[in-house]
Ligand binder design. Structure first.
Ligand code: 2HA
Ligand code: ZN
Length: 272
């Protein structure tokens, strides 16, 4: 089968288009990766390059991902164009048997490299595989304005962000019951931001990169998109609350506990 006829590629490109429409991807901002199931990789293998591109160091050693295939956005590519020119804007990469090098086996037909955040993506895939018993498949990064604006105003603390965002919309604690992690400003694209994100990804599915954007994980495209959408909407409401002069009332800790009980979610007690 052709890669572009596969359900996973349709899911990837559909999510990229939705994310573009949300306004989270100015110019070449943001990136996305999807870990293929072995049978998905097998089903499109006939469409791979007869001569894959050369092996390239990942800048990290991730043995748990050895031999895995990932669909990724390309460095410098615009989300706006992914659906129109997927073979130019995205790639499938294969990892070697040590999890130290990758090679392009499909896509980026006009040259180029996978996303500059590839080390962050792969390191965090490894953490999330461990945390979810292999269920996590998507890692996604975007630049939503409300989240970025709040990172100039709120203290950069997990507890403050988690509680403030939960208390914008009743369903937030059900959708991100662990809360959100927050990283101080860091240079994009390197090992440092990747490794610091990994520490947070052990606990959270969403990380705020201060003055930069959001980094999140999901078991499917719908789950990753839905999570980013919910956090962005909560941040939008919080900006409005702060702009209107601040909270006049709140959802109480006991109310959050009642919600968690009824919806059977494991709410992070540290933030109550
Ligand atoms: O431009 O968003 O973080 C791509 C990015 C890097
Ligand atoms: Zn970015």
């Amino acid at each position: 089968m052709k890669v572009l006829d596969s359900e996973f590629a349709k899911g990837f490109l559909g999510m990229a288009e939705n994310c573009w429409k949300m306004g989270w991807h100015e110019r070449n901002g943001g990136n996305m990766s999807y870990r293929l199931r072995p049978e998905e990789a097998e089903s499109v293998r006939e469409d791979f390059y007869a001569e894959p591109k050369p092996w390239t160091p990942i800048d990290a050693s991730i043995p748990s991902l050895a031999g895995d295939f990932f669909m990724v956005t390309g460095s410098g590519k615009f989300f706006q164009n992914t659906l129109r020119e997927p073979e130019d804007a995205t790639a499938i990469v294969e990892l070697d048997d040590k999890g130290e090098n990758y090679r392009i086996v499909w896509g980026l037909v006009n040259g180029g490299r996978p996303t500059s955040e590839l080390p962050s993506h792969l390191l965090n895939h490894a953490v999330k595989i461990e945390a979810t018993g292999g269920k996590n498949r998507v890692i996604y990064h975007c630049h939503p304005a409300n989240v970025i604006a709040l990172s100039y105003v709120l203290p950069l603390e997990d507890a403050v962000w988690s509680r403030e965002l939960w208390d914008t919309m009743t369903e937030c604690p059900i959708i991100f019951p662990a809360g959100v992690g927050v990283l101080e400003w860091e240079v994009p694209g390197g090992r440092a931001i990747g490794l610091k994100s990994c520490e947070k990804m052990k606990t959270y599915d969403v990380i705020i990169w201060a003055h930069h954007g959001m980094f999140c994980a999901g078991e499917s495209f719908d789950m990753a998109f839905g999570l980013a959408h919910t956090v962005d909407k909560a941040a939008d409401i919080l900006v409005k609350i702060i702009s209107m002069g601040g909270r006049k009332r709140s959802i109480s800790s006991d109310d959050f506990r009642r919600l968690a009980k009824d919806f059977n979610v494991d709410l992070n007690e540290k933030f109550l």
